[in-house]
Design a protein around this ligand. Structure first.
Ligand SMILES: [Zn+2]
Length: 191
């Protein structure tokens, strides 16, 4: 359900979904505010008000990323096959470096993330990475494989990442910016 609210004198559009949960939950996964509410919960305006500061900060980050995305270009030359080969060679390389074995690799278009790693050591990689620079693709593959050692994004995880990618913070920021650029491709290909 699409709605509109007000945060620090700015309008914000959000979607509401009702689920079998006890407490309201707010998410900003893909650049859009999403409210997950317990069934029969009516007062979403109060939830918005309560988390006004957090929503405002997240929204500002998104506006900033959108602005930065205008100065970036996507790589339109890499084919699907080239991406697949690149991903497989990187997985081979990092498997040796990290001394791990990946079970299965799935490369498909994902709507909410660049990649994921299951507890069964299966990697799922977003095929939209084909539009991104090689150094960013390297980072995503390494990041997902590092989740074999640590599921959560905690200090232990980032310490691990930092051993190979000292600039991981800027890589994460770039990925956030690229997310918005890639969304434009998806939306234009559907119209
Ligand atoms: Zn992660």
């Amino acid at each position: 359900m699409a709605k509109r609210g007000e945060v620090s004198n700015q309008y914000i559009d959000y979607n509401v979904d009702f689920r079998n949960i006890q407490y309201p939950r707010l998410e900003f996964k893909t650049g859009n505010l999403f409210l997950v509410l317990p069934k029969n919960f009516q007062d979403d305006k109060t939830v918005i008000k309560k988390h006004e500061k957090w929503i405002y900060q997240k929204n500002s980050q998104i506006i900033d990323a959108l602005r930065k995305s205008k100065g970036k270009k996507l790589d339109m030359t890499r084919s699907k096959e080239e991406l697949n080969e690149l991903i497989k060679s990187l997985i081979d390389l990092y498997s040796e470096e990290l001394n791990v074995n990946i079970n299965k690799v799935y490369i498909k278009q994902m709507k909410t993330k660049w990649g994921s790693c299951s507890s069964k050591k299966n990697l799922t990689i977003n095929s939209l990475l084909k539009y991104l620079p090689k150094d960013i693709i390297k980072y995503v593959i390494f990041h997902e494989m590092a989740h074999i050692f640590e599921r959560k994004h905690n200090d232990r995880f980032w310490n691990h990442i930092n051993q190979k990618f000292k600039d991981y913070k800027s890589k994460e920021r770039e990925l956030f910016v690229y997310w918005f650029l890639v969304q434009k491709i998806i939306s234009s290909s559907h119209h």
